[in-house]
Design a protein around this ligand. Structure first.
Ligand code: GLN
Length: 199
C-alpha cells in the first residue's frame, strides 16, 4: 500500500515522514506517472495559490480528480483543504480540485503573526484533545450535504471536515508529534483497499 503526497510546495516532507512513521509507504508526487498504484493522496499545507497553479502546470488535476472519483481517500491540510474545496470565496482566482463541498475563507485568522496553537476536541480521534496548529489557516464557512464536521474551535467555527473519503483540516497535524489524524486517514485508505491488509 502506498500513499502519495503531493510534493510541489509546502509541508510535504512532514506528511511523508508522518506516514512512514506509521509503517506505510509514502511517495512524493510531482508528475501524473507518480500516481500509479497509489491508495491515498495527501495535499499538504503551504500556499494554495502556488499549489493550484503547479497542479495545473504539471497536469495533475485530471488524474487527481479521477482518483477521487474512484474513491481513493484524500487528506488536505490547510492550503490542502483550500485546494480540495469547491468554493474558495476569495477575490483571488483559484482553480481548485472542487472535490469537497465546502466554502472556505482563506486566511480567516489573519496574518502569519496571528498563528496559534489550540487544543481541539475531535471525537473521531478519541477523547484526548488534538493539538491544532493554525498558520494562516482557512475556516470553513459553509458545508454542503454529505459533509460532516469533525472539529470546531472554541468559538464554533469549523476547522475539520470529512465528506466520504475526503478529509480536510484547517490546521497542520503534519507539524505535530500526534499522529492520530494520519492514522485515521490510513484507516480510510485501508477500508478502501481491503487487499492492502494482506501486504
Ligand atoms: N494561507 C495559505 C493559503 O491560502 C494557507 C496557509 C497554510 O497552509 N499554512 O494557501
Amino acid at each position: 500500500m502506498k500513499v502519495g503526497v503531493l510534493s510541489l510546495q509546502g509541508t510535504f516532507i512532514e506528511h511523508v515522514n508522518a506516514i512512514r512513521k506509521l509503517g506505510v509507504d509514502a511517495l512524493e508526487v510531482r508528475k501524473p506517472e507518480n500516481l500509479h498504484g497509489i491508495s491515498g493522496v495527501i495535499i499538504p499545507g503551504g500556499e494554495s495559490t502556488v499549489i493550484t497553479r503547479l497542479m495545473h502546470y504539471y497536469r495533475l488535476v485530471e488524474p487527481l480528480k479521477r482518483l477521487a472519483e474512484n474513491s481513493v481517500p484524500f487528506l488536505g491540510t490547510c492550503a490542502g483543504m483550500i485546494c480540495l474545496s469547491k468554493d474558495v470565496g476569495s477575490p483571488v482566482e483559484l482553480e481548485t480540485l472542487e472535490l469537497l463541498d465546502i466554502r472556505v475563507n482563506r486566511n480567516a485568522f489573519g496574518r502569519q503573526v496571528a498563528s496559534f496553537e489550540t487544543e481541539l476536541n475531535i471525537p473521531v480521534l478519541g477523547e484526548k484533545p488534538f493539538p491544532g496548529l493554525f498558520i494562516r489557516g482557512p475556516v470553513v464557512e459553509h458545508t454542503g450535504d454529505g459533509v460532516e464536521v469533525i472539529a470546531r474551535i472554541d468559538d464554533g467555527r469549523i476547522v475539520a471536515v470529512q465528506q466520504g473519503n475526503i478529509l480536510a483540516t484547517a490546521f497542520h497535524p503534519e507539524l505535530m508529534e500526534d499522529l492520530r489524524l494520519h492514522q485515521y486517514f490510513l484507516q480510510l485508505v485501508l477500508k478502501t483497499v481491503p487487499e492492502a491488509r494482506l501486504l
